[in-house]
Design a protein around this ligand. Structure first.
Ligand code: GLN
Length: 282
């Protein structure tokens, strides 16, 4: 009887089906367990819309082909990377959005973006309307003048002078405190330095690191810095107040500071050892 199935073959077949089922279930459990241990960026990651103004070199740069680069960009991308070895790492996918610096605070207030990174100084005034991460960069203002200027050397010698600043910046706030100064405001660095070179203003008050970087890289010929780090400022990643992402961002900054990634990014852009950073602002 070649076609009749003997009972032992049927039992074997049923056993085999059970084995297959148990094996599949086992595989499923293993996949779930692995996913929980090593969540992938795409699966659980929240999409974080991050505003940046790529005129603040070398913190944010837009290359000719449209790619974003810079200290802040590297830092933000590193913050978003999953790091399976460390539990408290933020998991988000970053989508950068170009915005003019002056529009960033209102975009955050209106929650049109989830965060902003753009060399933004943490100030008491800004903290009234938005929130900041822990400080991620130690910065300060500098005075820049034309190479041949011998009169302007410090804060006092700026009195009554024509000064260019970036609209909405800490440099603009600082310039307001100089007695009798005539202040011109511009949208970005390249514009106010051009005005200084043209002889329309006597000095520029702006972020020291960006100015020194441009001079060092030959991008600002004919300009020198006379007073470096007039103020002590700290940059923070800005978010709307009550942001659900701030805690994860802070934990990720702590991770990058302790695992050497921060130092690596700092050395890449500034060729120097990073200074100590406080855990919180003031
Ligand atoms: N650090 C300055 C500020 O926060 C300027 C930053 C910038 O121009 N991107 O006002």
């Amino acid at each position: 009887m070649p076609h009749a199935q003997c009972p032992t073959t049927t039992v074997k077949l049923i056993n085999y089906k059970w084995q297959q089922l148990i094996f599949s279930l086992g595989c499923m459990l293993l996949i779930i367990a692995c996913n929980n241990l090593y969540p992938s960026t795409n699966q659980d990651a929240k999409l974080l819309k991050v505003a940046t103004d790529p005129t603040f070199i070398p913190f944010e740069i837009q290359t000719a082909s449209g790619k974003l680069e810079g200290f802040d960009i590297d830092l933000m991308r590193a913050l978003a990377q999953p790091n399976p070895g460390i539990a408290q790492v933020a998991l988000f996918t970053v989508k950068f959005e170009n915005l003019p610096f002056d529009g960033m605070i209102s975009a955050l207030q209106a929650k049109r973006v989830d965060a902003a990174i753009s060399g933004i100084t943490i100030t008491a005034e800004r903290l009234k309307t938005i929130a900041f991460s822990r400080p991620y960069f130690k910065a300060g203002l500098a005075i820049a003048v034309r190479q041949d200027n011998q009169n302007i050397k410090d804060f006092n010698s700026l009195q009554g002078k024509k000064i260019a600043v970036q609209i909405g910046s800490t440099g603009a706030d600082f310039a307001k405190t100089i007695p009798n100064a005539k202040i011109s405001t511009f949208n970005s660095g390249p514009e106010f330095f051009q005005d200084l070179l043209n002889g329309n203003v006597d000095a520029v008050v702006s972020d020291a690191f960006a100015t020194l970087y441009a001079i060092k890289n030959g991008k600002l010929k004919g300009i020198k810095v006379v007073a470096d780090l007039l103020t002590e400022e700290y940059y923070g990643i800005a978010t709307p107040k009550d942001s659900p992402h701030l805690d994860a961002i802070n934990k990720a900054i702590a991770t990058l500071l302790s695992n050497g990634t921060y130092k690596q990014i700092y050395q890449k852009w500034f060729n120097a050892e990073p200074p100590e950073l406080p855990e919180s602002w003031k």
